[in-house]
Design a protein around this ligand. Sequence first.
Ligand SMILES: [Zn+2]
Length: 865
Amino acid sequence: MILCSALLAGCVRDPPPDLASPGISLELARHRAATVADLRYEIDLSVPEERLEPLIGTVTLRFRWNDPARLPFVVDMQEPQDRIDEVEVNGELVPDLEYRNNHVVISADLLRTDDENEVVIRMRAGDGPLNRQESFLYTLFVPDRAHHALPVLDQPDLKARVSLSLEIPAGWEAVANGRRVADEELGQGRRRLVFAETQPISTYLIAFAVGAWQRIEGEVAGRSITLYHRETDADRVAANVDRIFELHGTALEWLETYTDIPYPFDDFEIVAVPSFQYSGMEHPGAIYYRAASLFLEPSATQAQLLGRASVIAHETTHMWFGDLVTMRWFDDVWTKEVFANFYAAKIVNPAFPDLEHDLRFFLAHHPAAYGVDRSRGANPIRQPLDNLAEAGSLYGPIIYQKAPIVMRQLERLLGEGRFQEGMRRYLERFAFANASWPELIEILDPLAEIDLAAWSRVWVELPGRPVVDVVREAGDEDLRWRLELRDPQGVPAGTTAGEARVWAQTLDPVVGLGGEVLPLAEVDLGPSRVHLAPALAREGPSEWLLPDGGGYGYALFRLDPESREALLEWIPHLEAPLHRASAIFILWDAILEGELPPARLLDRLLERIAGETEEQLLSHLLGILDTTYWLFLSPDDRQAWAPRVEEALVERLRGAERATVKATVFRALRNVALTPEAVGIVRGVWAGERAFPNLTLGEDDRTSTAFALALREVDGWEDVLEGEEALIEDPDRLERFRFLRPSVDADPDVRERFFESLRERENRSREPWVRTGLAHLNHPLRADHGLRFLRPALELLEEIQRTGDIFFPQDWIGATLAGHASPEAVAVVEVFLAARPDYPPRLRQKILQAVDVTERAARVQGGGP
Ligand SMILES: [Zn+2]
C-alpha cells in the first residue's frame, strides 16, 4: 500500500469522477456495478383514470453498498426537480436534495457500508415512457427510459428484484412482470393489485400495462398463460388465439430442451398492444406484441404467418437470452438479439413443415443485412458506447440480420453439438447475471479449432462485407473458376499490406454444366486470396458458377460475365428455390452496382411472377420488382413497363391458388398499379365489385387499398376515404385512419400541414402511424412535392432520436427517403451532411444507410455506373 498525500510531489490525486454527468455514462455504470449489490425495488403507484393526471407513488430502493472512495450515491431520474417530493435515506429525511443532470445525488455519509440501505422516494412518475392513451397505458423502458418514469439505477448490470403494487380504476386490468398475488377492492371505484417480487431483472425489462384490457386465459406446455388485448373484433380474436398460445408452447418446449434450463421466470403473460412501436418486447412475465401481428386477418399472407411465428419465437428466446443472461452494457445488446433471431429461425421450422428453411433463413437475413453493409453508413455488429443515452442508435439490421448469419457460420465452424454445449455453459454460468461478448468467446474458444478472437475481430468488430470475384478460366477441354476474396476497401485478403482481413467463411458453389446443376465441394475461404473450384470437363454452352448455393456465405459476389448471362437464362430451370434466390439476389446486387441494366432483371422477374411456386421467394421477388419499378426506371420507362407488370400480376390473381399467395400478389398489384385499367381493378376489389378466386380483403388491407387509391387520385377519391372510414369499427384502427388521412390528400397544403403537425412531439407518439404517413408524403407518385420535406425531416432527426423509441430514427428517415430516386434528393442529403461535420456519427450512419438505394437509383437512372 502506498500512502498518498497531496503534499508529496509526484503523487497527484485524480479529481473524483463526475458520476452525475448527463445521461448514464459508462463511468457511472461501472462505478455503481462495483459498489452496489443485492438491489431491490418496491414500486407503489396510483394510476388515475384521467390520461393527463400523473401517476403518484413511492419507489423504495434497498441495497448493500460498499464504496471505498465514498463517492456520492447517484440515482437516475428524469427532471427530478419537478417530480420528486421527498427522499428518505435510512429513515432520515434528506433536507437539501441535490439534483444534477437528471440524477439525484445522495451523500455517501448517509449510507451504511456493508449493510442494507433503504432509500424511499416519493414522487410523480414521468409520462414519457408510459405511452398513455385514453383508456390504457403501457411502459416501455428499453434501453434507458426506466428513469424517465421512475427513480432507478438505470443500467442493465444492476439486476434487481422488483415488487409492484398498483392502485387502478376498478374496471381496469393490469399486467406486470411478477405474478399477481392480491386484488383488493378499495371502494370509490378503485382497486389495488399486488404483484409478487420478481427474480433479478434489469431495469429495461421492468414493465406494467394498465387499462381497459380484456383477458384470455389458456395453457401451454403445462403452464398457464394469459393474453391481454383490446381487439374489438371477436371473430378475429377467436380465429387466432389458439394458434398464438400454441406457438408460445412450442417455443417454450424447444428452448427448455435445448438449454436444459426450465423457463426461468414465474409468470407467463402476453399483451397485444394496439399500434405497438416494435413487433415485440421481451419483458419477463409481460411480453408485449404489436396487436396486428398477433391477430391476423383472414387475408394474411404467408409472410405474416411466418412473421408472427418468428416474433413469438424471438421474444420467447429472450427469456433465456437477454432476460436470464443479460449483456453487461448496451454495446453488447446485439448478443441478445442475435440469439433471439438465430434460435427463432430454428424454433419456427417445425411449425411450417412444408417450408424450405434454409431459404427462409437466407431471405429473412441476407437482403436486409446487405442493405446496410453495402451502404456508406455500414456499422460493425459490436459498437462502443460511452453513454446509455445513445444506446438507441445501436439497433438496426446489422444486429438483427447480419449477426445471425455470422452466428450460423460460427455454429457451422464448431459443429451444432459443441455450439449447443457452449451455449449451455454460458447460460448456466451467467444465470440471473450479466455477460459480455468476450466472456462468451472465452467459453466457446476452447471448443473451436480456429482463433475465435481473430474471427470475431473481422466479423463482429468491423463493418462491411468482403467481395468475392468469380473468375472463369476456360481452356479448350476443361473449365474452372477461381474465387477471389477481397476486402471491401480493396485490400486483397491474406496480403500483409494494411489491415487485410480474413473473412473466413464456407461456400457451397454449384455449377451449371451440360444442362445439369452440379454441387461442387465446399470451399473454405481462408487466409489465401484465391480459391479454386475443381476443373471440370467442358460440355455445353450454358456454363456458369453460382458461388453460394447453400446460403451460408456473406459477400458481394461478382459473377464473371458468362455466368451472369447464363444464370439470367437459367433461373427458371434452377430446381432448388435457394439456388434461384441466391442467383436473383446476386443479380440484384449487380443492378445496384450499376453492372446490369434493371430492364434485364425485370424481364426475368415478370417470368418468375408467373411461375414461382415458392411463396416466400415470390414475396421477395415482388419486393425487388416494386423497388426496381418505382426507383430504377425513369417515369417514361415505368409508363412503358406498367401494362406488362400489371398484367403479370393480374394473371396470377386469376389462377386458383392459396389465399396467402393471392393476398401477397394483390398487395403487389395495389402498390404498382398505374394504368386506368389496373387502378380500376384495384378499386373494384376494394369496393367488393370485382372478385378473384380465393382473394379476400381484411380490414387493414382494405384501409391500405383505400389509401393507395387516394394516392392515385382516382375519381371521387374523397368518397373512397369517406366510405372506408365509415366501415371501420375498431376504435384504435379508426383513430389510426383519421390520423393518416391527410397524408394521402390530393391537396398539397393539407399534406404540408400534416408534416408540420409532426413537429409536435405529441403528434409523433404513435410511431408506426408516423412512418406510414411519411411514406405517403414521399411516395414516388408524389416525390416531387415530397422533396420539400427532406430537409426538415433531416433537421428533426436528432430530436426524433432524443424523444422517440429505438427504431424510430431509422424508420423516420427510411420512410422519408424510400420513395425518392432523384439527384435532387441525393443533393439535399449531401448538403445537409456536408454542413454538419460534427453531426452525431451513428445518426450520420443511419442517414447514409437510408439514402443508399436513393443514391444508387439516381445513378442508374442518370446512366452512371
Ligand atoms: Zn429482440
